[in-house]
Design a protein. Structure first.
Length: 451
C-alpha cells in the first residue's frame, strides 16, 4: 500500500494529521508533524555517504588536486568570460556575474542542442525541448526555469580561484571574483572570437544580448559558444594552468595525466596506480589505491543497505535485529563490507591517509558481528533507517536503496534519459575520485592525441 500524507479535517480535529489508505480511511493519527514515507516504488537514485563525506572529499582532492569538478575547457571559459563581461557592463547594466555565466552556458548548450540533441556536455535538454525556438533572450535563458539549477559553472567555481584552484581569479565567492591576468587572457580568447558574416566579435554580440537585444544566431555563433569546440588559444591557456605551472599540485596532475592517457576508455584505477608506480611515483600510486579501496568500501556498505531496506520494507513493525544474524544475505554482504574495510585500512596506512570518521567506521567493523555491522550501516544512514526497541525501522526519508550494481545501471539509464544526469561529469558515480574528470579534460585539451 502506498500511503500519502494529507489533511484529514473531515474526520479528525484540524490540528491532527494522519495516514490515509487508498480507500480514504484514516489508518492512524498523530498530534505531531512528521515526514511522509516515500513510495516503495520510487526509483530515484540515492547517494549514501555513511557519514564519510569528508573522507570522500579529501580523497578526491588528494587524487586530482585543485580542479574541483572541471572536465572540459568551456567549463572554465564561460565563467571567466562572465566575469569580464560583468566588468565591462558596470554602470551600463549591473548584472551579477553568476547570471551572465548561466546565460552564456545556457545559450551555448541550447545552440549545440539545436544542432545535435544528443551531444555530450549539454545541460537543459528538457527545458529546451519544452521551450523550443521561442526562448532565446538573456533574461529568460539565465533563469533556471529555462535551463537547469545545477550548472556547469557551479561545478567549476572552486577551480577558478587562486587559493585552492588554478589561479584564474581571486576572491571568496563567484560573484565577487576578480580576474587574474591569466584569467583575463582566457576570457579574451573566448570573447574575441569572430562570429557572423560581418566578422564581428563575440564580445559585442553578447553585450548587446545581455542588455536586452536579440542575438543573431549563426553557425559561427553556435561554434563560438558551444561546450564542444574550445579554440586552440583557450586550450593552450587552460593546458598551461592545469599541467604547466611549477606547483606540487600541477606536478601531481601531470603525472596522473600520463598514467590515465587519452584513449576513449579511461583505465581502471588499479591500472592507473600500476602505471604511476612504473614511472617511480610510488606515493601517488599508493594514494590512488587507497581511494579505490575507500570507494569499494562505500559500495559494499551500499550493498548491505540495499538488503536492509528490502527487509525493513517487508515488515510494518520494523526488522528485529535478532533476525539479521540468521539471514544469509546479511551474512554475505556484511562479510564483504568487513573485507573491504580491512583493505581500505591497510591501503590507507600505506598511503598515510588518516581521517577521523573513516577511521572510526573501519574500527567499528573490525570486531563486529553480522548484527553489529548491519546496525552500524543503519545508524550511519539516519535519513533512511532508524533503530528503536532493538528493531531497524523506517527513517524519515526511507526508500529502497539500490545496491552498487543497480546504481551503475541506473546511472547509465539516467545518462540516456534524464536531464540532470545526461551531461553530468564522468565521475558521476564518485568512484574514480576525479580521475575520470581529468581524463575527459585531457581529451578536450589534446584532441590530436585522441585516437
Amino acid at each position: 500500500m502506498v500511503c500519502t500524507l494529507r489533511s484529514t479535517r473531515a474526520t479528525v480535529p484540524t490540528d491532527v494529521w494522519g495516514w490515509v489508505d487508498g480507500d480514504g480511511e484514516v489508518a492512524a493519527v498523530s498530534a505531531y508533524w512528521f515526514a511522509a514515507l516515500p513510495s516503495a516504488q520510487e526509483l530515484s537514485r540515492v547517494s549514501l555517504d555513511f557519514g564519510l563525506r569528508r573522507a570522500d572529499r579529501l580523497l578526491r582532492e588528494l587524487i586530482v588536486p585543485e580542479m574541483g569538478r572541471v572536465w572540459f575547457v568551456r567549463q572554465l571559459s564561460w565563467p571567466v568570460a562572465a566575469l569580464a563581461l560583468r566588468d565591462e557592463l558596470r554602470g551600463v547594466a549591473n548584472v551579477k556575474a553568476s547570471s551572465i555565466a548561466h546565460g552564456l552556458e545556457s545559450i551555448g548548450c541550447k545552440l549545440a542542442w539545436t544542432h545535435d540533441a544528443d551531444a555530450e556536455r549539454i545541460l537543459g535538454k528538457r527545458a529546451f525541448g519544452r521551450d523550443g525556438d521561442v526562448v532565446w533572450g538573456f533574461k529568460e535563458l539565465r533563469d533556471p526555469k529555462h535551463y537547469v539549477r545545477n550548472t556547469h559553472r557551479q561545478a567549476a567555481s572552486r577551480a577558478l580561484q587562486t587559493d585552492g584552484g588554478i589561479g584564474l581569479a581571486t576572491g571568496a565567492r563567484f560573484d565577487v571574483l576578480e580576474l587574474s591576468e591569466i584569467g583575463q587572457q582566457l576570457a579574451d580568447a573566448f570573447l574575441d572570437q569572430s562570429v557572423g558574416k560581418g566578422g564581428g566579435r563575440l564580445r559585442k554580440q553578447l553585450i548587446e544580448w545581455i542588455r536586452g537585444g536579440e542575438i543573431a544566431v549563426s553557425r559561427t555563433l553556435r561554434h563560438a559558444l558551444s561546450p564542444l569546440h574550445p579554440t586552440v588559444e583557450e586550450r593552450g591557456i587552460v593546458h598551461a594552468r592545469v599541467f604547466g605551472a611549477a606547483t606540487p599540485a600541477c606536478e601531481k596532475r601531470s603525472r596522473a595525466r600520463v598514467a590515465i592517457g587519452a584513449a576513449a576508455e579511461m583505465r581502471e584505477m588499479t591500472e592507473v596506480a600500476a602505471r604511476l608506480r612504473e614511472k617511480g611515483h610510488g606515493t601517488q600510486a599508493d594514494e590512488v589505491l587507497a581511494a579505490y579501496a575507500f570507494g569499494s568500501m562505500i559500495d559494499r556498505a551500499r550493498d548491505l543497505a540495499a538488503v536492509l531496506s528490502l527487509k525493513v520494507q517487508e515488515t510494518r513493525a520494523g526488522l528485529p535485529r535478532s533476525a539479521i544474524g540468521r539471514d544469509a544475505e546479511f551474512k554475505r554482504t556484511a562479510a564483504a563490507l568487513q573485507t573491504a574495510a580491512k583493505s581500505f585500512r591497510s591501503k590507507a596506512e600505506v598511503a598515510k591517509f588518516s581521517e577521523p570518521k573513516s577511521n572510526a567506521f573501519v574500527h567499528a567493523l573490525e570486531s563486529a558481528d553480522v548484527v553489529a555491522t548491519a546496525s552500524l550501516v543503519a545508524k550511519s544512514t539516519p535519513e533512511v533507517f532508524s533503530i528503536a526497541d532493538d528493531r531497524v525501522m523506517r527513517g524519515p526519508l526511507f526508500r529502497l536503496v539500490e545496491n552498487s550494481e543497480s546504481m551503475q545501471d541506473l546511472e547509465a539509464e539516467a545518462a540516456r534519459e534524464g536531464d540532470a544526469a545526461e551531461s553530468i561529469e564522468p565521475d558521476r558515480t564518485n568512484q574514480t575520485f576525479r580521475l575520470a574528470n581529468l581524463h575527459a579534460l585531457v581529451r578536450d585539451l589534446e584532441p590530436k592525441a585522441v585516437p
